[in-house]
Design a protein around this ligand. Structure first.
Ligand code: CP
Length: 307
């Protein structure tokens, strides 16, 4: 059996292009499984997985839990908001207590960049990063690239524009690493205040005009404004942001080609994306969510094979 080159999925940065292809090929098989009348396989029957979420989530948490159940793993869920973290317990103590219940894998979301990396140095279980602050969200990038491959046949050679709040986005960084490893060209677009100063050093094109970004790309991945991570004002108002950077159907109608619209969710409708695009035939947003389960099944299955 082919194996991943890593015991943990901490970020796309630590994966090889071969790792990503192996995850995609495994996800292809699991996508067939979840479309069958009997959607379950016994692959992780002897594995216990803890989903440890220190930050809010809808899609990622549900998607991991469903992926784990489809693989027949035993699943426990931890949410910091109703836990003893509120009484001052540290991250390592919390996780070690969970692990002493004989847990094999930990899926963790945390608001601090590097939290899963820290954990991986302190415990022996396989760690999967489900989003660490503004740093990385590897399974989101994998499901995004997998969805582009499904829609357009390949990722190599495609032009992908990531539009919005790049500064606070873990999805942007993981997407840049993943798309480049697979041979795509990447552009980032947003107001200058929401683009990190180092961004061009990652080998991406930088654009400030959203219409030019849409003209350039085959795929536009639209990101939301992460107000919860903004301590200062980066633009005058949401209304003004929407006026200059919001994507609507009129803009797509003015292009002389069809482009694919993606969004990792949650969408702020009417801010970065209008409903006439989010719910249109251009959008593969719900395909992304569906593919998330197959991708997470593949990641968990492959990591379980690396001790
Ligand atoms: N895309 C994503 O990570 O969504 P959630 O925050 O709802 O998990």
């Amino acid at each position: 059996m082919q194996q991943l080159s890593t015991k943990h999925l901490l970020g796309i940065k630590g994966l090889t292009a071969d790792d990503i292809q192996l995850i995609f090929e495994t996800a292809d098989n699991f996508k067939d499984v979840i479309n069958r009348p009997i959607k379950k396989v016994p692959s992780l029957r002897d594995i216990t997985i803890a989903n440890v979420f220190f930050e809010n989530s809808t899609r990622t948490k549900l998607s991991f839990e469903l992926a784990e159940k489809r693989l027949s793993a035993d699943v426990i869920n931890f949410s910091s908001s109703n836990s003893s973290v509120k009484k001052g317990e540290t991250l390592v103590d919390t996780v070690n207590n969970i692990l002493s219940m004989k847990v094999d894998m930990v899926v963790m979301r945390h608001s601090s960049p590097g939290a899963p990396h820290f954990l991986s140095k302190n415990i022996s279980a396989n760690i999967v990063n489900a989003g660490d602050g503004t740093h990385e969200h590897p399974t989101q990038a994998l499901l995004d690239a997998f969805s582009i491959r499904e829609k357009l046949g390949d990722v190599a050679g495609k032009k992908v524009a990531i539009i919005g709040d790049i500064l606070h986005s873990r999805v942007a960084l993981s997407n840049i690493f993943c798309l480049q490893k697979l041979g795509a060209e990447v552009m980032v677009c947003g107001p200058v205040t929401l683009l990190p100063k180092y961004i061009s050093s990652l080998g991406v094109k930088v654009e400030y005009d959203v219409k030019k970004a849409l003209e350039w790309c085959d795929v536009a991945n639209i990101l939301r404004i992460q107000l919860e991570r903004q301590q200062i004002k980066y633009f005058p108002s949401l209304r003004e942001y929407s006026l200059y950077y919001g994507v609507d159907k009129k803009m797509l109608d003015q292009l002389d080609k069809e482009i694919v619209i993606m969004h990792p969710g949650p969408i702020n409708r009417g801010v970065e994306l209008n409903s006439d695009v989010a719910d249109s035939e251009h959008s593969i947003i719900l395909n992304q969510v569906e593919n998330g389960v197959a991708i997470r099944m593949a990641v968990l299955y492959l990591l379980a094979g690396v001790k």
